[in-house]
Ligand binder design. Sequence first.
Ligand SMILES: *Cc1c(COP(=O)(O)O)cnc(C)c1O
Length: 235
Amino acid sequence: MTRRDELATGLAQTRERIARACDAAGRDPAEVTLIVVTKTYPATDVALLVELGVTDVGENRHPEAGRKLAELAGLGVTEPPRMHFIGGLQTNKAGAVSRYADVVHSVDRLRLVDGLSRGAVAAGRTLGCLVQVDFDTTDPGRAGAVPADVDEVATHMANAEGLRLAGVMTVAPLGVDPGPVFTRLAEISERLRTSHPDAIAISAGMSGDLEDAVKAGATHVRVGRSVLGERGSAR
Ligand SMILES: *Cc1c(COP(=O)(O)O)cnc(C)c1O
């Protein structure tokens, strides 16, 4: 099997999972955007995915993300995919990421909002931003704003030049039932939309739990392994 065939198979199986989950939830699959998480995989895979119709890819590290995007032109990709930055982001790298990312899912503090805003303005771009919410009460070091801080981060984002408040994101904590976590995220989203009606994105669900996320109302699922296979390294 060629790599193209492998990716086509993984993609078809993943799309089928999303379609089934939508069916079970009475939702239209067109409401759910598949973001294929290509972290640790080469730009050649991204190029094949684009050929196979993928429009949105996710990366979690700078500068790997930008470098891969830059390599695509040399691989004959004329219409690059939308780049979703989904990983923890140091404030001092925000400017660089805002030059190439289209959406940043991992915004969890005011200073990061400021950094992204400065970078977006300098680059003459508008960056979609999601507030990452963390529901893990056992590990204070995890990325994400605690639920009580979401409104403050969101309001700051909505008022920041160069940024568009697009919605909310979470990564379900390990070892807990993801369903209730995604339901809480959906409740936070609903509350947020009373004051920010355009912030409709709910980014939730990965290879292991995308069905739970779709059931709870996710508009974006971030899927790596189910499309590309197991990653070699520990992330
Ligand atoms: C790696 C990653 C994913 C994708 O995980 P898979 O298990 O490969 O589907 C989704 N979201 C974030 C934030 C990630 O870092």
